[in-house]
Design a protein. Structure first.
Length: 208
């Protein structure tokens, strides 16, 4: 995914099907939404701002989305899919539970750092978008906690609850850095979190 302004699709007849054109418009509009909000926030971003960045007509926008919120939710899902893809890649390979966690957590931080627009959308602007977006954010956090349990090979309710706390705490810790656009501060979250997880494993709080 890219946040740069894409070229307009060629006018007239071309080889793309209508479904493919709609998919391309959707991708362009989601990227434009993320880029616009990185500068102006959710409240300060209008449909017109998104159209200008995506170089898509208003008619094409409403052929894909019903509203700004609808476009935001699609962009949010794009951000979630990107994050999952990075974590799935990091999950491949062996190692003990701490090594697997460290690999996945590093991938998480790098995903946020490499896609600042989507990161801000996912972590900051989601709260300005309203209850539907916040509910979806909560669902994603629960999914990440469950994935963390599986990744580390943990079991038991105590471990599952600890993973929920880790995911929630990490979200709270990285959000200020993402909001400020401070990638150094974002990456600096890594070592102390990894050390804390090591202590939790050694103490038996995270049973495996």
């Amino acid at each position: 995914m890219t946040q740069t302004s894409p070229r307009r699709l060629p006018r007239g007849r071309h080889a793309l099907s209508r479904r493919e054109v709609e998919r391309l418009h959707r991708d362009r509009l989601c990227a434009a939404m993320a880029a616009a909000m990185a500068e102006n926030g959710y409240v300060g971003t209008s449909v017109e701002d998104v159209l200008k960045r995506a170089r898509v007509s208003r008619q094409s926008f409403y052929g894909v989305f019903s509203s700004k919120l609808d476009c935001f939710m699609a962009a949010f899902d794009k951000a979630s899919a990107l994050l999952r893809h990075r974590l799935e890649g990091a999950a491949e390979g062996g190692g003990d539970p701490l090594a697997r966690f460290e690999r996945a957590f590093d991938a998480y931080l790098e995903a946020l750092a490499s896609e600042p627009g989507y990161a801000r959308l996912f972590l900051v602007e989601v709260y300005a978008a309203g209850p539907e977006a916040v509910r979806r954010r909560s669902e994603i956090q629960q999914e990440l906690a469950a994935a963390l349990v599986g990744l580390m090979g943990l079991r038991g309710e105590k471990a599952a609850f600890a993973c929920q706390m880790i995911v929630s705490a990490v979200g709270a810790m990285v959000t200020p850095a993402v909001a400020a656009g401070d990638m150094a501060a974002l990456r600096a979250v890594g070592p102390p979190v990894i050390e804390h997880v090591r202590l939790l494993l050694e103490s038996g709080v995270l049973e495996n």
